[in-house]
Design a protein around this ligand. Sequence first.
Ligand SMILES: O=C(O)CCC(=O)C(=O)O
Ligand SMILES: [Fe+2]
Length: 267
Amino acid sequence: MQELTAMANRLFSLPMEEKLKIDITKSTNHRGYGTFSTEQLDPSKPGDYKETFDMQCHLEKDHPLVKAGHPLRGPNVHPDIEGWKELLETHYKDMQAMALQLLRALALAIGIDENFFVSKFVEPLSVFRMIHYPALPEEKGRVVCGAHTDYGIVTLLYQDTVGGLQVRNLDGEWMDAPPVEGSFVVNIGDMMAMWSNERYKTTSHRVLNPGVERISMPFFCEPNPEVEIECLPHCHSAENPAKFPVVKAGDWLQKRFQQTYAYRGEV
Ligand SMILES: O=C(O)CCC(=O)C(=O)O
Ligand SMILES: [Fe+2]
C-alpha cells in the first residue's frame, strides 16, 4: 500500500491540465481522473471536496461486450507515470482475489455454497479508486465526502493514518472509524443487503476533513453486470418475505452512478 500511496501522491500532484487528460467525465465507461465536485454522494449537500482516480476490469476495445456498447465496459485509462499501469492492474487483481476470499466466508455464514458468490464475479464490475482530500485547515470537520451507502457487494477500504472516516451505527449515531495499521475497513453495499434480505446490512458512512491532507483507496467489489440480485435461499421465509425487487447488477450500478455524477445523467 505504501507503493500505491506514493503513486497516488504523484498523480494528484501533477498539474491540473495533465490530470484532465484522463478526465472521467470525458470517458464513456466511467474511468480516469475526477476533479473536485465531480461526484456528489449526498445530493442534499454541495459537491464533495476531493479528487479521484477510478479504474475497473480492463477489456480491450475489440472485446464483444465493449463492441456491444455496454455503458460501463472498456479499457482503463492510466496517467503517464512510470510503473503506474503495471502496479495498478496487479493491485486490482489482488484486491478482487481478497474480496472473493471474504465472500466465501460470507457465503458459508449464511449456509449457502462456498463458491456461490465467487461464480458471479467473472469479468466483474468492481472498481478500484484512489481519493485525495486536500487539507482544509480553516474548515476542519467539514463533510468532504457526503453520507452514503456503497452500491455494490462489499467494499474494502484502505485509509492512511490521518482519520476522518465515520460510520453510522444501528442507533443512527455517527462514530469515528479510526485507521488501524495494516487493515481495511469492510463496508457492506446495497446489493449485498438486497441479496441477503438485510442479513448483511449496509453501513452508511461519510468523511469529515481532518484539517490535513488525506488519501484513501476503496475497492468496490461488484459482480458481473448480468447477475440477478435475487433474495438468497436461507434469507427469506413465510414470516420474512423478500424485501427487495429482483434487479440486474449492471442496471443497479448504472442507476446509482447517474444519481451521484451529473455527467452520467447524459448518457
Ligand atoms: O475516503 C473514505 O474513507 C471513504 C470513501 C468512500 O466512502 C467512497 O468513496 O465510497
Ligand atoms: Fe463509500
